[in-house]
Write a protein that binds this ligand. Sequence first.
Ligand SMILES: Nc1ncnc2c1ncn2[C@@H]1O[C@H](COP(=O)(O)OP(=O)(O)OP(=O)(O)O)[C@@H](O)[C@H]1O
Ligand SMILES: [Mg+2]
Length: 220
Amino acid sequence: MLRVENLDKHFKIGASKLQILKNISFEVKEGESLAVRGPSGAGKSTLLHILGGLDRPDCGKVYLDEEDIYSFNDSRISLIRNEKVGFVFQFYYLIPELNILENVALPLLIKGQSRKTAFRKSESMLEFLKIEPRKYHYPNQVSGGEQQRAAIARALIVEPRVLLCDEPTGNLDSQMGQEVLKLLTKVNIDRKTTVVVVTHDEDVASWAKDQLFIKDGYIK
Ligand SMILES: Nc1ncnc2c1ncn2[C@@H]1O[C@H](COP(=O)(O)OP(=O)(O)OP(=O)(O)O)[C@@H](O)[C@H]1O
Ligand SMILES: [Mg+2]
């Protein structure tokens, strides 16, 4: 469902060229899970962004449901991303002026669904993730773990085919980290969502069915 072929990516800083990813190829089958590990600066977040249609590679291909996404223009890529990809970031990025329910409903409202439908779906997602009692709280009125669950709820509300998580437990204590892992299991098993997770955490890495390790730009 997600296939990467011969990806290269560099960044330019002034006159110098920083080669980040070299000839990266792998595949994640439908409903499976993959952990990406590697030292800080190895290019894990860069890879995740490329997988989700957020950043063009220099060369190579990303196939999502057999579609070569970077063969399309940026607006078509955004459509595919909105339709099929959910992102969970280490720092949540909830909107501080919106309460938890509104944050989760936002992607549906942007897609043009009615407020009634969007809020009804969001409430049941918050129930699924066990934070429904916090729905009227603002992000700064809930714990880090609750914010992360809200961020996961927001990513899942559009029923993405693939969930891309960057250090989803990075800011959580080990108990909350376990909760997030349980949740990812639910998403992966019950909803059959394909999950790719970037992590430093051994527990998170061993949670995934497959693992790959990136170092010096290559898969080791
Ligand atoms: N927009 C950019 N412009 C220039 N260099 C960048 C850019 N984004 C990332 N880099 C560089 O690319 C390298 C890989 O960054 P990336 O964020 O992918 O690493 P990472 O493996 O996710 O690291 P960490 O584990 O610390 O999050 C880093 O050395 C970083 O400085
Ligand atoms: Mg990173």
